[in-house]
Write a protein that binds this ligand. Structure first.
Ligand code: FES
Length: 111
């Protein structure tokens, strides 16, 4: 089992869940009620599975493919540690992987 920590866009809520090695991060998110659409179900035709990886965990992930980088360019609230959850698979070295939901809705104060 690999532990994954999902953090809400505002940082207020943390949800610690478990997934299996090899399992797609998008599947783990959706199975645990995280608000990730993943419209194309991993077919690399949307960017609605965008998550922001904790900077401490980002170097542990295999590099994103060029296609993933191109799709991330279309996502909102992209950061230097953004990834597509359909392209990230759980693995032993990723225990406690922490990812934040990108901020989809912001109020007038920008929070
Ligand atoms: S689910 Fe569409 S690119 Fe990840």
């Amino acid at each position: 089992m690999t532990r994954v920590i999902f953090v809400s866009a505002d940082g207020e809520n943390r949800s610690e869940v478990e997934g299996l090695a090899g399992q797609q991060l998008l599947e783990v998110a959706q199975a645990n009620g995280q608000p990730l659409e993943g419209t194309c179900e991993g077919q690399m035709a949307c960017s609605t599975c965008h998550v922001i990886v904790d900077p401490a965990d980002f170097p542990k992930l295999p590099r994103a493919s060029e296609m993933e980088e191109d799709l991330l360019d279309l996502a909102s609230h992209v950061t230097r540690t953004s990834r597509l959850a359909c392209q990230v698979h759980l693995a032993e070295g990723l225990d406690s992987l922490t990812v934040r939901m990108p901020g989809a809705v912001r109020n007038m104060q920008g929070r």
